[in-house]
Design a protein around this ligand. Structure first.
Ligand code: SF4
Length: 361
């Protein structure tokens, strides 16, 4: 994983050479990440603790959209913006969590929700942890002049705008007009010469389209520098037919391999596709873990089970979580599965392991 991060940062640096400010930032982060790698090794040697290079953190519990198949709404993370407020960590608490994460050598935390841009107070606070980069996964409909200024001032906050491919596919899943609004946000970020990306939920129906040169050329023209391909997880029953099987995944990976050689100026990441290269699922601290809005440490956003809260046990405590250890020891991360997420498919077994670890503690 450290190799992949080095390659990603090297490519990102090349991509922003035309923008001196971004280039200085990318250069500084490259050197910082090299130090973080050493820090992770030191923590392992001195404490026997394996530290993953990144986290996924759901900082928001509300969203202004109602996308079909939204896992955050299905898992009870997200609700309407006028819904009663849920218990979430405060901006200072999130900042403290990420400061500890950086101290053990964690470089990135993907910020998700719900819609993260509904929590500017948290985004402002965590942006001060300048030893980390925060890809902010947003539906792109709330980016206006105030957020443009925010992203201009905080280069470690990288907007990643979610679309589903064409306007038809995007609006069909996300709502009428969402595609145009998301594209308008990309155009605004590009005019500011800011580094940004796109996130695409990949299904059996759109994976050929969203990995095509025609589609990637359209994103490149908009100034997009990194594309996350996230395999659809059928949290909504009856949508299992949309989840990629091994054959689709193999096909998509070989197309992406070709795209990586064709587009030197775009970073392609597939999730959990790339996990195969790394020996299976990266959840439970193997490559990352998930922090819920209230601070609960969970194996993955698609596996909302927890036996500890990072505010009480810290990042180190979460990495030593009995549930995480049981999942790693049970080699659960290599369990057979058809769709995008091992732990989602084996959620009953994960829950059983959680109950076991609670009973034995
Ligand atoms: S924008 Fe994201 S959180 Fe909001 S409804 Fe859509 S998928 Fe869910």
């Amino acid at each position: 994983m450290s190799n992949s991060i080095r390659q990603i940062m090297a490519k990102a640096y090349k991509n922003v050479l035309s923008n001196p400010r971004e280039a200085r930032f990318a250069w500084r982060m490259q050197r910082l990440f090299a130090r973080s790698e050493t820090r992770r090794k030191t923590v392992f040697e001195e404490e026997g603790l394996e530290v993953p290079p990144f986290l996924i953190s759901s900082i928001a519990t509300t969203c202004n959209l109602h996308c079909k198949g939204c896992y955050a709404r299905a898992n009870g993370i997200a609700a309407d913006t006028d819904a009663p407020a849920k218990e979430t960590l405060s901006p200072d608490q999130w900042k403290a969590v990420f400061a500890e994460a950086a101290s053990v050598g964690i470089n990135f935390s993907l910020l998700a929700g719900g819609e993260p841009l509904t929590r500017r107070d948290i985004l402002e606070s965590v942006s001060e942890v300048d030893e980390m980069i925060f890809p902010v996964f947003t539906n792109g409909t709330l980016i206006g002049n105030r957020y443009l200024e925010f992203f201009r001032e905080h280069l470690n906050m990288v907007p990643v705008i979610s679309i589903e491919g064409s306007a038809v596919n995007t609006d069909e899943r996300r709502g009428v007009g969402v595609f145009q609004r998301a594209i308008k946000s990309m155009e605004m970020l590009n005019r500011e010469n800011l580094f940004f990306g796109a996130s695409i939920t990949v299904t059996t129906e759109n994976y050929k389209e969203v990995t095509s040169s025609r589609f990637i050329d359209s994103l490149r023209k908009l100034g997009c520098k990194i594309i996350f391909y996230v395999e659809y997880v059928p949290t909504e029953s009856g949508t299992e037919y949309l989840a990629l099987n091994d054959e689709h995944i193999a096909d998509m990976e070989s197309i992406l391999e070709q795209r990586r050689s064709e587009y030197a100026d775009i970073i392609f990441l597939s999730f959990p596709g790339d996990e195969k290269e790394l020996g299976g699922c990266l959840a439970s601290g193997r490559g990352f873990f998930h922090i819920g809005p209230d601070g609960s440490a969970e194996p993955c956003p698609f596996s909302p089970f927890s036996d500890g809260n990072v505010i009480e046990i810290g990042i180190r405590g979460a990495l030593r979580s009995p549930l995480f250890r049981k999942l790693r020891d049970a080699e659960a991360l290599g369990w057979e599965h058809t769709g995008g997420c091992t732990l989602f498919e084996h959620r009953d077994e994960v829950e059983a392991l959680l109950n076991q670890s609670k009973a034995s503690s």
